[in-house]
Design a binder for this molecule. Structure first.
Ligand SMILES: *Cc1c(COP(=O)(O)O)cnc(C)c1O
Length: 375
């Protein structure tokens, strides 16, 4: 059994994916082929966002945005304590200071109260300019944009949505990847919309930010590639990846997202009362990049994971370490935050196989094994 079965997805889409790849080979436009712009247009329509700028990966997409907004020395960028390091790493690389915030005890997304406390602490301390908040839809579950948006408005902070895990998810009918001032996503193979290598995109309704990202993506180009008007990077999405993504986007819209909902509902039903579940707010649809549960304790998780392994059921821990504990962030100030929820989550969480091609029998086997392992 696979944790995320990309081979099963390929089997299902093989005819269309092979044809899409063959077309690129025949056309020979491996960089900036027409499929890249077509994909940007299709994503723009699906997410209902004006500009989509495809690039080399999700981390670069964040870097392009941080650069476009001029984030750097002297800026404080607020970030949930549970996410992949890539949410904040490019901001730190540009010289900004990460300020970690705790997560909410039901959704495990960025906690609006902790965010506001941290903003106030940074203002009181006085040496940094509170500039931006990177909001992550953790596990594919939309964050609390109502409350987080109010806090950002109150203190005049940019809200950047990291939708790397939430392609296809929605918040009160609005698609993830279209929230806040600007957003990014990732097409890493294991994400809800993944390619066959690295890929990512910036999404924004702000025309001037889109224009900057398009320039920064190709060495700070001006009117042409050799008319460089600023220092940029090389971060394009390959034509081959764009062609593959066009096929996969169609499958996601037609049935993959729906299948994730059905599997998650079955898991929820089987495990409620036995484990803490991750709460998806009413009005929200999760993309279920991961299906996570919380064991009663670190010790209980250890024994469950060992029993699942013995039963041949793959599992993962996303994430074992809150960001504030990573060596890379040694010396980063806590501003009084104790991170009690994130620390507890990281000790107890584990994730089960979740992908649109997980059959009913496999689901039964997983559910039985988890219930037995928890006895
Ligand atoms: C995967 C991921 C990224 C980075 O995407 P890459 O395409 O791997 O660079 C950023 N943020 C989050 C939350 C992610 O899960």
């Amino acid at each position: 059994m696979q944790f995320i079965d990309l081979k099963a997805q390929y089997s299902a889409l093989k005819r269309e994916i092979d044809a899409a790849i063959q077309t690129v080979l025949d056309e020979g436009q491996f960089i900036s082929g027409k499929q890249v712009e077509e994909l940007e247009q299709q994503i723009s329509e699906y997410l209902n966002v004006e500009h989509v700028i495809a690039c080399a990966n999700g981390t670069d997409a964040l870097q392009l945005l941080y650069m476009a907004y001029g984030i750097g020395e002297g800026d404080a960028v607020f970030c949930p304590d549970i996410t992949f390091i890539a949410s904040i790493e490019p901001a730190a690389m540009l010289g900004a200071v990460p300020v970690f915030c705790d997560v909410s005890p039901d959704s495990f997304n960025l906690c609006p109260e902790s965010l506001e406390r941290q903003i106030k602490a940074v203002i009181n301390e006085g040496s940094l300019r509170p500039s931006a908040v990177v909001v992550v839809d953790f596990l594919g579950n939309p964050a609390d944009y109502g409350e987080l948006g109010k806090v950002c408005d109150k203190y005049g902070l940019l809200l950047i949505e990291d939708a790397a895990q939430s392609f296809g998810a929605s918040y009160n009918g609005k698609m993830c990847g279209s929230m806040g001032d600007s957003a990014i996503t990732s097409f890493f193979p294991a994400k809800p919309l993944g390619c066959y290598g690295d890929g990512g995109a910036v999404m924004t309704n702000a025309g001037e930010i889109a224009e900057l990202c398009r320039s920064l993506r190709v060495h700070g180009k001006g009117k042409s590639k050799y008319d460089n008007v600023r220092i940029g990077v090389n971060s394009r999405l390959d034509t081959l990846q764009a062609a593959i993504l066009q096929v996969k986007l169609k499958a996601l819209k037609e049935y993959e997202l729906e299948r994730r909902q059905i599997i998650a509902a079955r898991y929820d039903e089987a495990f409620k009362g036995m484990f803490n579940l991750v709460d998806v707010s009413s009005g929200c649809v999760s993309a279920y990049a991961q299906y996570a549960l919380l064991a009663g304790s670190a010790k209980e998780r250890g024994s469950i994971l060992a029993r699942l392994e013995a039963a041949g059921i793959p599992s993962m821990v996303y994430y074992p370490n809150p960001l504030h504990t990573l060596e890379a962030f040694e010396g980063v100030q806590a501003y009084g935050e104790t991170f009690s929820v994130s620390a507890d989550y990281c000790k107890r969480t584990f994730s089960l196989p979740m992908h649109p091609y997980l059959g009913a029998e496999e689901q039964d086997k997983i559910i039985r094994a988890v219930l037995e392992a928890a006895e």
